[in-house]
Ligand binder design. Structure first.
Ligand code: ARG
Length: 460
């Protein structure tokens, strides 16, 4: 079929440059399975409404399955002049069923067709992302549990602040990724709306049983407003926003892994199989995976902004601008999936250096707050204790010592009430153990958090 389905009102053929400029087939051919699923459901709905005979519907469906096989086997040729996947499928269908193919588009427009394709595609991808997020959360919990006794410095401003359990730090990421999971699940629920029947924008004139179509395609809801149905892209904006937030979390973890694997920190050792070397410096082992995940966050966030900008100010209903949504959306999906996959593979192979993290937890005056709390317990007001400890830190700095390396007499200069039990209060183990408040880093809390997470993961 060399003619275009819409060329009746045109007096000259489309310019070749226009054909190549307007074509989206290079991108939307990825949607062929969903496009064919949508067409088959539409066919059956047309038959149910007696717009097609049973036999016609069966013939069309068989023809569509043949087209599906041809595309799957890479046997189908794609042409710019046929613009998009919808026209390619219909064109190829006519090779199998002849003129009957021309009946398929009854009561339908490419506007509701692309909307259904994109929703089917994104629903499937979102389900996949949810599975990946579950694996990733499991990997985080496993890493936390395997290192449940490891202590490390907790930071604020990237300055040593107070000691925490390494597992507590990992479980913080678990919380972030769990919220990501919830965001994708909520987005999935909202994208689960079937637009067919909306046709170009005003709704079809045919008496189509839309709920029946929705059932065939596995949608739980049908759209309420035909104009919204063909012009809504918030379902992908939501996915893109959830993906950007998720990538932001991955980029924070990445940054920490890059820092922690440096000679300056040496908190963790990344698996050799997940690092690369230098072509000139033989000693190098570079943390490329976290660096690339950190870097690819820009792609995802950039594509979110791309989509938001694309949709901004578009009048109702469909506009051709919207064809541009596929490149950013698919790049977001592909990037997120690749990053989650590589992280779920790498995380179980990260080795923590407990001696190094423990040594770090014991230095940098991270027990200053606990020393002040100790003084408060002996009767001093907190502000005064804060000032006393501040002076003790200045003194210790001068001596090149930590607070717990000062003698009892030295400490008593700052508060005569200090006794021998101060050393216990300033120990890392005690400091961690004292943070028993719900959500705090005490070992029992973190173990309970891990147990809760495990239970949650089994049920999700
Ligand atoms: N390829 C188009 C897209 O991706 C499908 C809808 C085209 N509709 C139209 N009236 N040109 O958005």
């Amino acid at each position: 079929m060399s003619l275009k389905p819409w060329d009746g009102r045109f007096s000259e053929p489309t310019d070749k440059a226009v054909e190549s400029f307007t074509a989206s087939i290079d991108v939307d051919r990825r949607l062929y399975n969903y496009d064919i699923d949508g067409s088959i459901a539409h066919c059956r709905t047309l038959a149910r409404a007696k717009i097609l005979t049973r036999q016609e519907a069966v013939d069309l469906e068989e023809g569509l399955e043949k087209v599906r096989q041809e595309i799957a086997r890479g046997e189908m040729a794609f042409y710019d002049r046929l613009e998009d996947i919808h026209m390619h499928v219909e064109d190829r269908l006519s090779a199998h069923v002849g003129d009957l193919a021309r009946k398929l588009h009854t009561g339908r427009s490419r506007n509701d067709q692309i909307a259904v394709d994109e929703r089917l595609y994104l629903k499937a991808e979102t389900r996949g992302v949810l599975v990946q997020l579950k694996d990733f959360r499991t990997a985080l919990v496993d890493l936390a549990e395997a290192n449940i006794h490891v202590v490390m410095p907790g930071y604020t401003h990237l300055q040593r602040a107070q000691p925490v359990l390494f597992a507590h730090h990992m479980m913080a990421y678990y919380e972030m990724v769990s919220r990501d999971f919830d965001r994708f699940a909520a987005a999935l629920d909202r994208m689960d709306v079937m637009p067919l029947g909306s046709a170009a924008l005003a709704g079809t004139t045919y008496d189509l049983d839309r709920a029946y179509t929705a059932g065939l395609l596995g949608f739980s809801k049908i759209s309420e407003n035909s104009m919204d149905a063909v012009s809504d892209r918030d379902f992908m904006l939501e996915f893109a926003a959830a993906a950007s937030i998720c990538m932001t979390h991955l980029s924070r973890l990445s940054e920490e892994l890059v820092l922690w694997s440096s000679a300056e920190f040496r908190f963790v050792e990344l698996p050799d199989a997940f690092c690369t070397g230098s072509s000139i410096m033989p000693q190098k082992k570079n943390p490329d995976i976290p660096e690339l995940v950190r870097g690819r966050t820009g792609r995802v966030t950039g594509n979110l902004v791309n989509l938001l900008t694309l949709m901004k100010s578009l009048p109702l209903a469909y506009n051709r601008d919207m064809q541009e949504d596929k490149v950013p959306l698919m790049e977001i999906v592909d990037t997120l999936k690749a990053c989650l996959d590589i992280y779920s593979r790498m995380i179980p192979n990260i080795r923590v250096n407990p001696e190094v993290t423990e040594k770090a937890a014991n230095s940098g005056f991270q027990n200053a707050t606990d020393l002040a709390d100790y003084m408060v317990a002996k009767g001093m007001a907190f502000r005064q204790a804060h000032a006393c400890v501040g002076r003790a830190v200045a003194y210790a700095l001068d001596c090149g010592k930590e607070l717990h390396e000062l003698s009892l007499q030295e400490l008593q200069q700052f508060d005569p009430g200090i006794e021998e039990d101060v050393y216990e209060a300033m120990s890392v183990a005690r400091m961690i153990d004292r943070r028993k408040v719900y959500g705090g880093t005490a070992g029992a809390n973190v173990s309970a958090a891990i147990a809760r997470a495990r239970k949650h993961l089994v049920n999700s």
